[in-house]
Design a protein around this ligand. Structure first.
Ligand SMILES: [Zn+2]
Length: 348
């Protein structure tokens, strides 16, 4: 994710921290060492929560590339989606279950050392109270994440339960509506009690729920299609010593906007429409392709499903990817090609 940097690697998963996460230590600076300890503890709990999701997902064959820690929680980015509702259920519920287990484990030493009463006065005013706060933060994390609204785990748990009986799209749509109701309730309470933070969360939940619905709709519509089903039959490749002025001519006279760069039969680069526009604006038409092409980019195969290709595009922030088979370039698939399938096939 943009604006984040790698902190460490665990179980082959990059653990990244988003720059906004660094606001937290400032918020708690007032409490001195106890504040720092508490923030580090929250950091640990959120990381382990996300790692639990990731390790369960991995058991179902889903690769988790990275975990990003944001001030409002963590985000594990998975390279594919759970195949069955039961997988989604277990992956989603495992994170909150971790926090509940962690709290139960902490319960005994805390109450043994400080007595049960300490749990009723969590705060950062003394060390025993800070420890009590660490106990509660796990239950708060579990409770918040189990709210039945996207993008929280609870939204996914709810969808997976509905999807046992209903079509996936229908299940998503019901879960999204429930998420919207929660968002409106949050917003209402935020307004009458004047909590800006709650209003922001409400807004965030509302938007995330809508985004999930659109995403599932697209994914379900295009899921049967592979790259080879939609790949434009005709395509041009360019050599890396071609002048940019020549590329512009081609863009004006054809439908193709993105080009695989091939030298001696080998794919050596990629030139997207966006790259061409930016470079012509900055440097005019005087350069050759080699100077402006991308040399690092993902490629896809004709057998890949469009939903996976779309995911790769999202992650690499590229709207077009070269298609290769046995190292031979077969063309370029663009986001427009995928959108075309979606607009023709949806609501059928
Ligand atoms: Zn979670």
């Amino acid at each position: 994710m943009r604006g984040s940097f790698r902190l460490l690697k665990a179980f082959d998963i990059d653990i990244n921290i988003h720059i906004t996460f660094l606001i937290l230590p400032f918020l708690f600076m007032y409490y001195g060492l106890r504040g720092v300890f508490f923030i580090l503890f929250v950091f640990l709990c959120v990381t382990l929560h996300e790692l639990t999701h990731s390790l369960v997902a991995r058991r179902f064959g889903i690769t988790v590339k990275e975990i990003t820690l944001l001030p409002i929680g963590g985000l594990a980015s998975m390279t594919s989606y759970p195949e069955k509702p039961s997988h989604e259920f277990l992956i989603s519920i495992s994170g909150p279950i971790f926090n509940i287990l962690f709290a139960s484990i902490l319960y005994f030493p805390i109450t043994f050392i400080y007595g049960k009463e300490i749990l009723s006065s969590p705060s950062l005013m003394s060390w025993p109270q800070t420890i009590a706060q660490c106990f509660w933060v796990n239950l708060v994390l579990a409770g918040f994440n189990l709210l039945p609204a996207f993008p929280m785990d609870g939204g996914r748990v709810l969808r997976s339960l509905l999807a046992r009986k209903l079509d996936y799209r229908k299940a998503t749509s019901i879960a999204v509506n429930i998420g919207h109701i929660f968002a409106v309730l949050f917003g209402y309470f935020g307004l009458i009690h004047g909590h800006i933070f709650l209003i922001l969360i409400a807004f965030f939940i509302y938007m995330a729920a809508s985004a999930e619905e659109t995403q599932v709709d697209v994914r379900e519509t295009i899921k049967k299609f592979r790259v080879k089903d939609v790949l434009p039959r005709e395509f041009m490749t360019l050599e890396s010593d071609t002048p940019v002025s020549r590329v512009l001519e081609l863009v004006f006279h054809s439908h193709q906007g993105d080009f695989p760069i091939v030298d001696n039969g080998k794919l050596t680069g990629l030139l997207t429409r966006a790259d061409i526009i930016i470079n012509v604006h900055q440097h005019g038409e005087g350069k050759i392709i080699k100077e402006i092409m991308r040399t690092e980019f993902p490629t896809v195969s004709p057998e890949d499903f469009l939903s996976d290709v779309q995911k790769i595009m999202e992650e690499s922030q590229l709207k077009a990817l070269p298609v290769i088979k046995n190292k031979k370039p077969l063309g370029v698939i663009s986001l427009e090609d995928i959108s075309r399938v979606y607009s023709v096939m949806r609501d059928r």
